[in-house]
Design a protein around this ligand. Structure first.
Ligand code: G3I
Length: 461
């Protein structure tokens, strides 16, 4: 039976690896059956317990830790998802402009594949951990660098990432509910939607998440994010999930679950992405309550702890599930028991990924029209183009747009461009060519210089 993780596109493992994983699983099941034939026995690892309801249980890791067999013994036994703690960030992947380094990320992905794990991608764009060259950019130069970075990094890992943290920590702390000031924010308020549109085109099958901290309840910051997600969903900006980092202290907001649920009700998945909890009397109980909250929200698809054991945490207050010697803590048992308490699988989430192309396309022959809306700044622009079918359905479309002299297209999403200057033909991609009579779809492109001013022409097939 296809479980939720599979529905969301994980694990994206090559067929050969799947065969090996299935074979290994079958051998394990066979040997377990000889010893413990009891039905409905509680699962004995986090990954198996989470899988009972179709969820994943993951951990942040660094590639150098994969050389430590004590570490990998726990990682491989307990977790079925990995996220790079640092090695997919902008400073790690593009240390010099347009020079990319995927060594650490590739190693983590290979380890995941070999051990039947999925991979969360963290993170394409963030105001922190930018390489020095990006910190020194602004305006359209930074915007173009961001688009190029997303295209190259998401493109490199295309098909291998379950969910990408496309944008990380873009909202301000405190009571404003607004955006955080940053060099990215100063390129224009639309930078987040441009990042999501670019990521969708670069890796159409990855779930695209917004990720942040201090969002562990209904508060001004989480409400600001909620409003952004609601706006994105209403305008068709591609967003599939929201990550709640959940770096927690000694208390947990009483409306933690209600907050997850209100986001899920917007039509996005929610994920606990960086869970760690201050040591002390409440640690085990907070871990348990977070786990139960996720289990109670059908669209909460998985939990990730920000590390495996206390020895390697970014925090000094022993916030993880395994102690410095790799022993299970009370918090581990509380999470495992909570995961095992689920009586049956919860319903799979509704996918918001582009629908697959149907095998029997509708009849074509209709006409189409196109209109452009522009968001311009000094030296650059983002164009959103709406393609509308006439009185009959269409199977494909091409929009012809004349660009002013000196203007260059630097990135396109949801369409294929024939060139980057002069008169450019934008054609549909696999998932948005078919439009029903009177229906519409949108694509976009970004460029340097000034945006198009004439009326585009649309040709349908
Ligand atoms: O790689 C360099 C190394 O070459 C250099 O010698 C050393 C000197 O300080 O620094 C190393 O880089 C460090 C990097 O981790 C890799 O170890 C950085 O200084 C250090 O700041 C960085 O800390 C990471 C931090 O994000 C900043 O990127 C933490 O490990 C990581 O746990 C933390 O994770 C963040 C999430 O990405 C976002 N949410 C919050 C979370 C906790 O802060």
């Amino acid at each position: 039976m296809k479980n939720r993780t599979g529905t969301a596109g994980t694990p994206r493992i090559r067929p050969r690896t799947v065969v090996l994983a299935v074979a290994a699983g079958a051998a394990l099941l066979a040997s377990t059956a000889l010893i413990a034939p009891a039905a409905n026995a509680a699962a004995s690892t986090l990954r198996a317990a989470a899988a009972q309801s179709g969820r994943y249980f993951g951990a942040a890791a660094n590639s150098f830790q994969l050389s430590n067999t004590s570490f990998t013994t726990i990682l491989n036994r307990e977790f079925n998802s990995i996220v790079a703690e640092n090695e997919m960030k902008w400073d790690a992947t593009e240390p010099q402009q347009n020079t990319f380094n995927f060594t650490g990320g590739d190693r983590l992905v290979a380890h995941a594949r070999a051990n039947g794990m999925s991979v969360r991608g963290h993170t394409l764009v963030w105001h922190a951990q930018q390489p020095g060259w990006a910190q020194n950019l602004s305006g359209s130069a930074l915007r173009n660098a961001m688009v190029n970075h997303i295209n190259r990094v998401a493109g490199h890992f295309r098909g291998q990432i379950h969910s990408w943290d496309v944008v990380n920590e873009a909202f301000a702390d405190g009571g404003s509910g607004g955006r955080r000031d940053s060099n990215l924010q100063r390129t224009g308020n639309d930078w987040i939607e441009v990042a999501f549109r670019t990521a969708r085109a670069a890796d159409p099958n990855a779930r695209l998440c917004y990720n942040d901290y201090n969002t562990d309840g209904i508060n001004a910051k989480s409400t600001g994010i909620y409003n952004m997600v609601r706006d994105f969903k209403s305008r068709g900006v591609p967003i599939d999930c929201v990550g709640f980092q959940s770096h927690l202290g000694t208390t947990l907001a009483s409306d933690y679950q209600a907050n997850l649920q209100r986001f899920a009700d917007l039509g996005v998945d929610v994920q606990i992405t960086e869970l760690d909890v201050a040591e002390g009397a409440n640690q085990a109980s907070i871990y348990e309550r977070v786990t139960r909250a996720c289990l109670a929200v059908a669209r909460c698809t998985g939990i990730t702890t920000w590390g495996v054991w206390d020895a390697a945490s970014w925090r000094s207050d022993n916030p993880l599930l395994f102690d410095r010697n790799g022993n299970k803590k009370a918090a581990y048992n509380s999470v495992l028991n909570a995961l095992n308490s689920v009586s049956g699988p919860t319903p799979p989430p509704t996918t918001t990924a582009p629908p697959p192309v149907t095998s029997t396309p509708p009849p074509g022959g209709g006409a189409c029209s196109a209109s452009v809306s522009l968001n311009s700044w000094n030296g650059g622009f983002v164009a959103t183009v709406r393609v509308t079918a006439g009185n009959a359905a269409i199977r494909g479309w091409t929009v012809r747009i004349a660009l002013p002299g000196g203007t260059a297209v630097t990135g396109t999403w949801n369409a294929q461009a024939s060139g980057s200057s002069g008169t450019v033909n934008f054609s549909n991609v696999s998932y948005n060519g078919q439009i029903s009579a009177g229906g519409n779809t949108e694509f976009g492109f970004q460029g340097t210089g000034s945006g198009p001013s004439g009326t585009p022409t649309c040709t349908a097939s």
